[in-house]
Design a protein around this ligand. Structure first.
Ligand SMILES: [Cu+2]
Length: 142
């Protein structure tokens, strides 16, 4: 009698394990019952921003200096609304890449230019993605 009851308990234990295992398989491999989440809705394309007219244009040269490439001037203080134009005056390829990626260029070949109009006061550090020692900062005051 004791043996039978013990076997019965084993049976039930085994059965419940089997049930749990079945549920797990269904949970893992079955089709999800939750509705499929729709992908992010497409945002309407923003209308083109009106062309800003800068209050001034300041140039930064990308050049070779003391055997290294550099942004010249490396630190530039400007008023909000000023356009900064970088010109690659070296024979190498460079980028002008914001640390926070608010602006970034493709590779700038010799004599290629890149411009940004800075409208918001703040400090904007940037670097060259090819020569990461090349760094610069634009400081924009109100
Ligand atoms: Cu560079």
């Amino acid at each position: 009698m004791l043996l039978y009851s013990s076997r019965m308990r084993l049976f039930w234990v085994a059965l419940s394990f089997a049930t749990v295992a079945t549920l797990l398989v269904v949970a893992c491999g079955g089709t999800p019952t939750a509705p499929i989440q729709p992908g992010p809705t497409l945002q309407p394309k923003p209308s083109p921003t009106p062309t800003l007219t800068p209050i001034a244009v300041v140039n930064v040269k990308i050049l070779a200096k003391d055997g290294k490439y550099a942004f010249e001037p490396a630190t530039l203080k400007i008023k909000a609304g000023t356009q900064v134009t970088w010109t690659n005056d070296s024979v190498a390829i460079h980028t002008v890449t914001s640390d926070t990626l608010i602006f970034n260029t493709n590779n700038l070949a010799t004599n290629q230019v890149f411009s940004v109009i800075f409208t918001r006061p703040g400090t904007y550090p940037y670097y060259c993605n090819i020569h990461t020692y090349m760094v610069g900062t634009i400081i924009v005051t109100p």
